[in-house]
Design a protein around this ligand. Structure first.
Ligand SMILES: NC(=O)c1ccc[n+]([C@@H]2O[C@H](COP(=O)([O-])OP(=O)(O)OC[C@H]3O[C@@H](n4cnc5c(N)ncnc54)[C@H](O)[C@@H]3O)[C@@H](O)[C@H]2O)c1
Length: 350
């Protein structure tokens, strides 16, 4: 399936199919015809998989980076840029990000800043990166004080979502991607029955299509792109608590799935939707195999503080919520309502 991301002169396609990676040479030839070198940025850990047989159709080098989130530092970025320079990587050449979202975020950011901007293609190899991270042009590395604090917008030339490479993905990483898929499924108003019946290709295509459409409409998150943050207010708070040392062990997608289940309950408490909407959320999460209850022992004051941290308004919290007008960003949910809803969610589970 070819899903266009329509951004005028920066438009590109996301290809979702078995074996999509074999299209890399064609993509490079079409979109970077003057490239003489492709620098494949990937964690060493992935090089041993059979599917790591990428052929960009031009001379290539593999630049190894640390695995996962540990690659998203300014230090790693500097080392990567120095290696590119050592390989005489020029403005006309092309970077290829191969790995999970951490790797594509790093490769994308390097492409945004090296020589003030070079071309990048992504071959995302986790479900999360395929449905989310590699699409949309947001790139970043972390600082010690927080995630994604140094970054840039830089759209790729193309994204190849190869379903074959997901065969080696650990179950937990697959579930993490399904958390974002569940979010998209609900935003799209799709049914639990369809979710149960859908193949990975269909699940991926639905999520990619929604992200592509929203990015095309709102590249920089002024309006509709905020909807992609459905479930993320609580998810980010749980991740912040985890980072600060709370005894939690959640992947991003697991946190999103919990956030989505909570958002439905909060919307019901505020009278925006009926309880049937809560049941629908739970059925979609179940259909995708996501347990998504609030982990026991979460410090609710800590979670509320984390949710309010970036907000100017001291007493209100912002959530994407369903309602009579569909999903929208609700900027002024009272902290006490959120607290009550969290207490219920923690006590009652789902
Ligand atoms: N830019 C964006 O819009 C955006 C959106 C969402 C998330 N993100 C970022 O994405 C990152 C999370 O991405 P992630 O969940 O993919 O994590 P990740 O990149 O850390 O990858 C998870 C693990 O899976 C391994 N892996 C990758 N592909 C594999 C495969 N096919 N088989 C076996 N193992 C494989 C990786 O080596 C890694 O150990 C975060 O840094 C997050 O900030 C960015």
């Amino acid at each position: 399936v070819r899903i266009p991301v329509d951004l005028a002169e920066r438009s590109y396609d996301v290809i979702v199919e078995e074996g999509a990676r074999t299209r890399l040479a064609k993509l490079v030839a079409e979109r970077a015809p003057r490239a003489r070198l492709a620098a494949i940025v990937a964690p060493a850990a992935l090089r041993s998989f059979d599917w790591f047989d990428l052929d960009p159709g031009v001379e290539s080098v593999v630049v190894e980076v640390p695995d996962g989130e540990s690659a998203k530092t300014l230090g790693v970025l500097e080392g990567l840029c120095e290696q590119l320079s050592g390989h005489r990587f020029s403005r006309e050449d092309v970077l290829v990000g191969v790995g999970g979202g951490a790797t594509t975020d790093l490769a994308g950011f390097a492409a945004a800043v090296y020589l003030r901007g070079v071309a990048v293609c992504h071959v995302p190899t986790t479900l999360l990166a395929q449905v989310d991270a590699a699409i949309g042009g947001k790139t970043a590395v972390d600082l010690a004080v927080g995630k994604n604090l140094v970054g840039a917008f830089h759209q790729p030339l193309g994204v190849l979502c190869d379903l074959e490479v997901l065969a080696t993905l650990p179950e937990r990483e697959r579930r993490s991607g399904l958390g974002e898929v569940a979010k998209c499924w609900l935003l799209e108003g799709r049914t639990p029955e369809d979710a149960r019946a859908a193949s990975v290709a269909e699940l991926t295509t639905v999520a990619v299509s929604l992200k592509a459409a929203i990015v095309a409409e709102d590249e920089r998150e002024g309006g509709r792109r905020a909807l992609l943050n459905y479930g993320h207010t609580l998810a980010h708070a749980l991740e912040a608590l985890q980072l600060a040392g709370a005894s939690l062990d959640l992947t991003h997608g697991e946190a999103v799935a919990i956030g989505v289940a909570f958002a439905a309950r909060l919307a019901a408490r505020l009278g925006r939707v009926g309880r049937d909407e809560v049941a629908l959320h739970d059925e979609v999460l179940d259909a995708l195999g996501l347990a998504s209850s609030m982990p026991p022992g979460v410090d609710l004051d800590g979670a509320l503080a984390a949710m309010g941290r970036d907000k100017k308004a001291r007493h209100d919290l912002a959530f994407v919520l369903d309602g009579p007008n569909g999903f929208e960003l609700v900027p002024d949910v009272s902290t006490s309502e959120v607290r009550d809803a969290l207490e219920d969610f923690q006590r009652e589970g789902r």
